[in-house]
Design a binder for this molecule. Sequence first.
Ligand code: MG
Length: 384
Amino acid sequence: MFLPSQFFGAPTPVKISRISVYQADLPMKEGSYSWSTQSFSGFDSTVVAIETDEGITGYGETCPLGPSYLAAYPEGARTGIATIAPDLIGEDPTQLDRINDRLDLLLKGHPYVKSAIDMACWDILGKVTGLPVYALLGGKRQEAVTLFKVISRTDPDVMAARVAEYREMGFRQFQMKVGEDPTTDIERFRKVAAAMEPGEVMDADANTGWRQHDAIRVVDAVRPLAAEHDIRLYIEQPCLTYEECLTVRQHTDLPMILDECMESLPVLLRGYHDRAMDLINLKINRMGGLTRARQVRDLCISLGIVMTIEDSWGGEIATSAIAHLAQATPESFHFQSSAFHEYHTVAIAEGGPVVTGGTMCASDAPGLGVEPIMDVLGAPVYTT
Ligand code: MG
């Protein structure tokens, strides 16, 4: 049998030659973004550029949702990358699991720090092989990714008015931010539900904001709205702890999405065995990057758990990673995703996912398919 000579022997390794870190502000088009008791006018994002000796550069992004959403903060992302970057010089970025072993050896925890580096390495792998990241993650398993639109927490009447506005943009799935005062939250449910059309999705995300007894009061009060308006009503992360959420889950037959407390494979398995949730929210940087998010994605498919696939926040680069992972996930296991870059007044990269009528598609170009706009990113805040 004839085999071309290039099939023999080890491939020439690609080596990381330089790592640079950039900071970008992402101001909100609507002026603010509010959930539970938090409110921000924009988010502070971190972009990493990993250069190789082959002249290929990969880009990654990590954007904690401010400093008080998860145990993650923007300055920490940059400090963390600067701490480990010198020890990554000379490593082969295309060996993804090996790179993740190295990241874990260099820094305990801090998955949001590692996420940007892992993402940039996937971008490099795609550019080296000439394949889009969705192909490397298992192939294009859905042509377009269903999006949800966030209805930011504000006055209940204003929130209800936004349903028609967002429907006009093509959205049929809405993530309504609640988790503040339970009485006002119940009013939010009622007014927003009344503005919805049959079959639309209301994902009521409390972002850990309710106490257990308040959450039980709310789910009891809003349960009739699903039938009354013929809407698909979901409750997302009602309380801070897994145990509190499980108690709420055992009290209601409304489908439950767990997000903030689904931070690792062991807790996912615990949730599966306890029947604690119908869906999870898989956030790339809470898992430590695409490599670990892919593991969770695959396990969820094996266990029959449907996913919202997203990140804590981000611009075009992080959203591109979301789109690639979501497109490589079967439609029946993908609930919804978020096109974060559509929420900002500033673009940080060209080639981000194309949004059309409540769906988005990743680029078919090699890697993530994004090209940072260096005029926006400015000078690096750190270089090895
Ligand atoms: Mg959530």
